[in-house]
Ligand binder design. Structure first.
Ligand SMILES: NC(=O)c1ccc[n+]([C@@H]2O[C@H](COP(=O)([O-])OP(=O)(O)OC[C@H]3O[C@@H](n4cnc5c(N)ncnc54)[C@H](O)[C@@H]3O)[C@@H](O)[C@H]2O)c1
Length: 434
């Protein structure tokens, strides 16, 4: 681009107009943070009901900073639209739309549509940033040509960069502002201006030499987590077969002050990122390199087995107490994929429950964040967590230990307690650990 001086000045003065395309958890968090930093921001979403709710000051996306959202709306720095004018006037456009995986293949149709919408209004001097999780090459090979359909050229007329969102929903220590941000542009100038933009909101920005490196860094992070969870899950299965306490083994290994990072076993992986993101990498390696990313695909297999294994362990626990799983009343605590969030997407708890239901268990559940779930096409409402509900169950399965659960009371009240995450310390006598 001939000169980025004006865009830089506007970013530093925080009067650059920002448009954030996609108002899910990622896009709305960014829009709130940018408004909080002083930028005039428009959050754009194709869902008119979502736009109407947000414009009315109703925070309909769980987990987003309520204070920042309300301040943004109250000061008028944050508004919402379904498209059009806001894209025509924005200096900085960030794309935060979904990137689902269908049949092990990335579905980039939302990114493609968002790029066409941005291209329709693209004029010179802008910065466009893709934040959606995707495989390396997307920004250069898919996003750039779609934006260039506007007649504007990447690097010459506008800047294009990739910056992955790394936010960890529910994490009390690391949030938007103190989680370092990776930025990789399609040109050095794009990297530098995109880094300047994020530095207005985030304490530490790390630049890399290309958009590809930034795209792959995100996939490495989530694949690392996926593979290590599979490693301890497989270790848990081996330990169970050989009569060794996996939790004791992990705690002992974790005393090594270098070269070891403790991961813990559980009923599988869930949420929007860890089960899906590695599929991007596996797909791309198969397509571009022509072979399997073996360790990753094996990790997917191991993690996918876990809900079935946990359901079998619950059956065994009942059996040891002379009860059949068929007809047993099983109360599941925690159906979200991790503690203190209400997200049930890909949640392994639901898979454990489906496996138990297939074997004839009579299921009920409680989760402080989830009112109802769909189980194999059947709607199941939350049960109140009363002394009667706990004492009346043949087995209470603690699958996701939300911090509001009174663990001592549960241990005292349940006839038989299956603890899938080692939430309960000691040996109350009625406890079976994963
Ligand atoms: N949720 C997370 O914790 C998380 C963390 C890191 C990265 N990511 C990644 O960030 C991206 C977005 O995730 P999310 O959880 O915010 O998604 P989401 O599904 O919660 O929300 C996406 C929003 O985009 C809207 N949308 C779809 N197409 C659009 C278009 N063409 N124009 C405008 N709006 C459009 C949808 O209506 C929806 O409101 C994904 O690639 C995801 O993998 C998510």
């Amino acid at each position: 681009m001939r000169s980025t001086a004006s865009l830089r000045r506007r970013i530093l003065a925080r009067d650059a107009r920002v448009a954030v395309v996609g108002q899910g958890y990622v896009g709305l968090s960014l829009a709130c943070a940018a408004a909080e930093a002083g930028f005039p921001v428009t959050g754009i979403d194709t869902d008119p009901a979502r736009v109407a709710a947000l414009a009315a000051g109703e925070l309909c996306v769980p987990g987003v900073d309520e204070g920042a959202f309300q301040r943004g709306v109250a000061t008028g720095r944050l508004d919402f639209a379904t498209g059009g004018q806001a894209l025509a006037t924005a200096d900085v456009v960030c794309i935060c739309v979904p990137t689902p995986v269908r049949d092990h293949t990335p579905d980039l149709s939302f990114v493609e549509q968002a790029c066409r919408d941005v291209a329709e209004h693209l004029t010179g001097g802008r910065l466009v940033v893709l934040e959606s999780t995707t495989y390396p090459g997307t920004t250069n090979e898919l996003v750039a040509p779609l934006l260039e359909a506007s007649g504007q050229r990447v690097g010459r007329d506008f800047l294009l960069a990739y910056s992955p969102e790394r936010i960890d929903p529910g994490n009390q220590e690391f949030h938007f502002a103190n989680t370092p941000r990776i930025v990789g542009g399609t040109t050095a100038e794009a990297t530098s201006v995109a880094a300047l933009f994020y530095e207005q909101m985030i304490e530490k920005v790390v630049t890399v030499s290309s958009a590809r490196a930034a795209e792959l860094a995100k996939l490495l992070e989530n694949t690392f987590r996926h593979v290590n969870i599979a490693l301890v899950n497989e270790m848990a299965m081996v330990c169970h077969e050989t009569g060794i306490d996996v939790w004791e083994v992990i705690a002992a290994a974790a005393t090594k002050p270098f070269g070891f990072m403790a991961f813990t076993p559980g009923p599988g992986v869930g949420g929007h990122c860890i089960p899906l993101d590695p599929a991007y990498l596996a797909w791309q390696v198969r397509r571009d390199v022509g072979h399997q990313f073996r360790i990753l695909e094996q990790a997917q297999d191991v993690n996918a087995q876990m809900p079935g294994w946990v359901a079998r362990r619950i059956g065994e626990a009942l059996n040891e107490h002379a009860k059949a799983l068929k007809g047993a009343r099983v109360l599941v605590l925690g159906v979200a994929y991790k503690p203190d969030v209400g997200d049930v997407r890909e949640s392994p708890s639901l898979r454990v429950m489906a496996a138990l239901a297939r074997r004839g268990a009579k299921l009920s559940f409680h989760d402080p964040f989830v009112d109802a779930i769909d189980l194999d096409g059947r709607r199941l409402q939350r049960t109140a967590l009363t002394p009667r509900a706990v004492a009346g169950a043949d087995l209470v399965a603690l699958l996701t230990p939300h911090s509001s659960y009174d663990l001592e009371w549960l241990a005292r009240s349940a006839a038989l307690l299956f603890d899938a995450r080692h939430a309960i310390e000691g040996d109350p006598g009625n406890l079976v650990r994963l």
